[in-house]
Design a protein around this ligand. Sequence first.
Ligand code: SAH
Length: 204
Amino acid sequence: MRNKLAEVLVGKGIADTKVLGAIKTIPRHLFMDSSFEGHAYQDKAFPIAADQTISQPYTVAFQTQLLQVRPGHKVLEIGTGSGYQTAVLLHLKAKVYTIERQQELFKKTKLFFGKMGYRPKKTVFGDGYKGLPADAPFDSIIVTAGAPEVPKALMAQLKVGGRLVIPVGVNEQVMTLYIRKSEKEFEKKEFGSFRFVPLLENKN
Ligand code: SAH
């Protein structure tokens, strides 16, 4: 079923063989509530705890492809959610720092990582708008919730040459890639539109 899902993604334009390798390997059904498990290898988003969603596999693959992860890269993920995107980054041998603002999901997914033997460098309960200044700079940053605007803190925490992939917008989001060209310059590229749950400021 995972191989079939990878074929579907190839049909939709995903070409990065390492990303496709992750999709073929990671048991997505284990990241979902048991009531949806039977649908895990459809190319669809599904509900997880705390009114959030596990992203659509195409979206995960698209964002990951834009990140251009190399083994050993330090990658910051905003929105741990189910942990599926984290697992994809770990499969690519990134050192992953991941932040979640919903306490319930943070606890649940942290336990799940332990059980599965997934080892992010840090699994943090907090506000992704602020990033993780103490661990910066990062080779890349991926935001997995819809951001009304690009958080300045995240731009500041990118290495020169680093890549930030962020869906920007309120009702619908434009997938946006920023490449840091120098201390002060960023190149911006826009891709298609997507739909995400909102990136919320810390209300805990
Ligand atoms: N990467 C996840 C996608 C989950 S949906 C997966 O593969 O399952 C987006 C997640 O972002 C939700 O879990 C939501 O709670 C979280 N989120 C929203 N605003 C946030 C913020 N300010 N900081 C960190 N996480 C946030």
